[in-house]
Design a protein around this ligand. Structure first.
Ligand SMILES: *Cc1c(COP(=O)(O)O)cnc(C)c1O
Length: 396
């Protein structure tokens, strides 16, 4: 059975009524026949049928034992961190999602959890960063925004040999392209806000574990800390998942065309897209994922904040917004948005130049998206050539 067929038919028909859409159980509690005698549900923080259905679908999708749904991607990451205790250490990808960095640094460090950041594209760096206290290896692959790719299989072997858990944030690839648990990872986390939901209409997070007992620990933390996903958002996420494979296929096709266009444009300096043979991690990306995703970053020859600003304000279909993975194309200037709080030197070392622009290539026709980018390049070139008036010069 193909992945798409399996996903679509992992969404159950309601046994009670035959409803083909999963019912939304908008309830806080469940009536019991006698104390402790119930139909498998007692209180909706602990368990809810709509959420339980979503969790089962996502667990199957990632080929894991247990899925656990949270109110955001960060709440999912937070739950994984709570598996650790004071004194434990984490080895993490240096290009980590900014929100995860904030959580690790400003919340968990004060509880005595230390994080070592390293360039995980070389598995040897991971091996060297591990100490006897290391309990968790944290990967994101591809990373944001320069789309660096790490070898999940090699790092999983290192994790196993050193007795650490390997957690992969699979948000950028999605399980339509990459299944870290089948490559040896122990845990997958997702911001369901992105490709899983796919329509920019919800915030959600997921944890999937390969192992049943570890999954039960995460479920315990979900109930104990309480950052659950609501029944409505669980339903909406199921609804988005129905078209995951279809959407991701088109995101990849569109992004492939846009990346080639950017690569050949004279105003563009670098293009970061794992599907391009020029990408430093192209080979490993090709070997562990079935496609290269919908995210592209690029820099301008005019490597200035002003040029990036002019560009991101000049597009029509690419809307200026944080986030990614939705039907509508988005773009952002990481230096001024997602990576603004990172010190300039650190930001530049991570490849986030002033003119770097990140695209989330949506589901419009690729040809229209390319035309949109083309007219934005023309507009910024014309603006640059135009003599500045006295009022503008004074205003600036
Ligand atoms: C967006 C994102 C998150 C955080 O998810 P939220 O749903 O916004 O809390 C985590 N990891 C990655 C890679 C993301 O892109």
């Amino acid at each position: 059975m193909s992945n798409a067929t399996q996903l679509i038919h992992s969404i159950p028909v309601d046994p009670l009524t035959g409803s083909i859409s999963v019912p939304i159980y908008q309830t806080s509690t469940f009536v019991q026949e006698a104390p402790g005698v119930n139909k498998g549900f007692d209180y909706a923080r602990s368990n809810n049928p709509t959420r339980a259905t979503l969790e089962s679908i996502v667990a199957q999708l990632e080929e894991g034992a247990v899925g656990v749904a949270f109110g955001s991607g960060l709440a999912a990451i937070d739950a994984v961190l709570k598996l650790l205790k004071s004194g434990d250490e984490i080895v993490a990808v240096d290009d980590i999602y900014g929100g995860a960095f904030r959580l690790f640094t400003h919340v968990y460090e004060k509880f005595g959890i230390k994080v070592h950041y390293t360039d995980t594209t070389d598995a040897a760096n991971v091996f060297e960063a591990i100490t006897p206290e290391t309990k968790l290896i944290w990967l994101e692959t591809p990373t944001n925004p320069t789309l660096k790719v790490s070898d999940i299989k090699a790092i999983a072997k290192i994790a196993k040999a050193r007795g650490c858990l390997l957690c992969v944030d699979n948000t950028f690839a999605s399980p339509a392209l990459q299944k870290p648990l089948t490559l040896g990872a122990d845990i997958v986390v997702h911001s369901g806000t992105k490709y899983l939901g796919g329509h920019s209409d919800l915030i959600a997070g997921l944890v999937v574990t390969k192992d049943q007992a570890l999954g039960e620990q995460v479920k315990f933390l979900q109930n104990a800390s309480g950052a659950i996903l609501s029944p409505f958002d669980s339903w909406l996420l199921i609804r988005g998942l129905e078209t995951l494979h279809l959407r991701v296929k088109q995101h990849c096709l569109n992004a492939g065309e846009v990346a080639l266009f950017l690569q050949s444009h004279p105003a563009v300096d670098k293009v970061y897209y794992p599907g391009l043979t020029s990408h430093i991690n192209h080979d490993i990306a090709k070997s562990q994922a079935s496609g290269f995703g919908g995210i592209i970053s690029f820099t301008l020859k005019d490597d200035t904040i002003a040029a990036a600003n002019a560009f991101v304000c000049a597009t029509k279909y690419f809307k200026l917004a944080e986030s990614l993975g939705g039907v509508k194309s988005l773009l952002c200037s990481p230096a001024q948005m997602t990576h603004k709080s990172i010190p300039v030197e650190k930001r530049l070392a991570a490849g986030v130049q002033d003119s770097l622009i990140r695209l989330s290539v949506g589901l419009e026709e690729a040809e229209d998206l390319i035309k949109d980018l083309e007219q934005a390049f023309e507009k910024i070139a014309a603006n640059k050539a135009r003599p500045v008036s006295l009022t503008e010069a004074i205003a600036n």
